[in-house]
Design a protein around this ligand. Structure first.
Ligand code: SIN
Length: 310
């Protein structure tokens, strides 16, 4: 039987397989490590960390939707000091490949976080989550405007130093995601994470009020997969040399394959993990079987395959 080269690259970093966790769905991996060694997955992408500890939004913060889930966690987290003191050493001691996700309320906050991470050993990349409201500019989401997206990435690039790849996580809630991708590529990112959740809302018809305390929330799960496939396809078509970490409603190896065919160099698993903590491993194994079934022995040959001859 043929063997598969399942490795993938984001910027200068190589990952043994292309299946990652999605930021926010597995914290820093402690819970998942009860089910399997974290070395089994390509990388763990940590929950977006901010400068200060945050308790997040009031509850309820999650609501089920048809084929999906709405969340409004409010970036709950321990803050960068405790994260560097506890989470990173724990991940390093478990030999995990680490992608640290960062989030800020101001351009400067992103720069501060990048500076704190620059000399930390054991990190493979930084995911810059720009789907956050800019408190200095009427709450406009950084990822929804080329200028603010550029300002954040330039600040991270200036402060991160060295060769640590920067991955910008984009929001699908824009008219033209290719334009935003172009802006952050020009500002110096090494890769893109596509897509974050879509903004949605659920109203409880019994109470006649919004179900989430924060009123709106991010929609994830199988319902958004076609949006992810479309965004990845469009961005890969425009920038075939920029690696994409794809995510959005992937619940099987076949779903992951779809994102890879659209142009993803790696696939992150989020919502599926809530129902099945070993989903990441199952998806990894199903994807590798599917690739071999198709006669593909080098994972990288599948990336963007759907574009060929179209
Ligand atoms: C949250 O913590 O509210 C989610 C953040 C995100 O979707 O980027």
């Amino acid at each position: 039987m043929s063997s598969l080269d399942f490795s993938t690259k984001i910027g200068s970093k190589r990952f043994s397989n292309p299946i990652f966790t999605a930021s926010g769905c597995a914290s820093s991996g402690q819970e998942l490590s009860q089910f399997f060694p974290l070395t089994e997955i390509g990388a763990i992408v940590t929950k977006s960390i901010m400068t200060k500890a945050r308790t997040g939004r009031a509850t309820p913060r999650m609501a089920e939707t048809p084929s999906g889930m709405l969340n409004s966690i409010g970036l709950q987290g321990p803050g960068i000091d405790a994260f560097l003191e506890n989470d990173i050493p724990w991940l390093v001691s478990n030999s995990a490949k680490i992608i640290v996700s960062i989030a800020g309320e101001t351009v400067d906050e992103y720069g501060v976080l990048a500076r704190r991470l620059r000399a930390v050993p054991g990190i493979s990349a930084v995911e810059v989550n720009i789907s956050c409201p800019n408190v200095e500019n009427r709450g406009q989401v950084f990822a929804c405007h080329p200028d603010t997206a550029i300002a954040v990435i330039e600040s991270v690039r200036r402060n991160i130093g060295g060769e640590l790849p920067i991955i910008a996580k984009l929001s699908p809630d824009v008219t033209n995601i290719v334009e935003i991708a172009q802006s952050v590529i020009n500002a110096g990112v090494d890769g893109l994470a596509l897509i974050n959740t879509l903004l949605g809302m659920v109203i409880d018809t019994n109470t006649m009020k919004p179900k989430l305390a924060g009123k709106t929330g991010g929609l994830s799960g199988p319902a958004i997969r076609p949006v992810a496939v479309r965004a990845i396809y469009q961005v890969h078509q425009a920038f075939p040399n920029t690696p994409i970490v794809g995510m959005g409603g992937v619940a099987s190896g076949r779903d992951a394959f779809e994102l890879v065919l659209a142009g993803a160099s790696a696939v992150s698993i989020g919502t599926a993990t809530f129902g099945n903590p070993t989903a990441v491993l199952q998806i990894r194994d199903q994807l590798s079987e599917l690739l071999l079934e198709k006669g593909i022995t080098d994972f990288r040959d599948a990336i963007g395959f759907a574009h060929r001859g179209v």
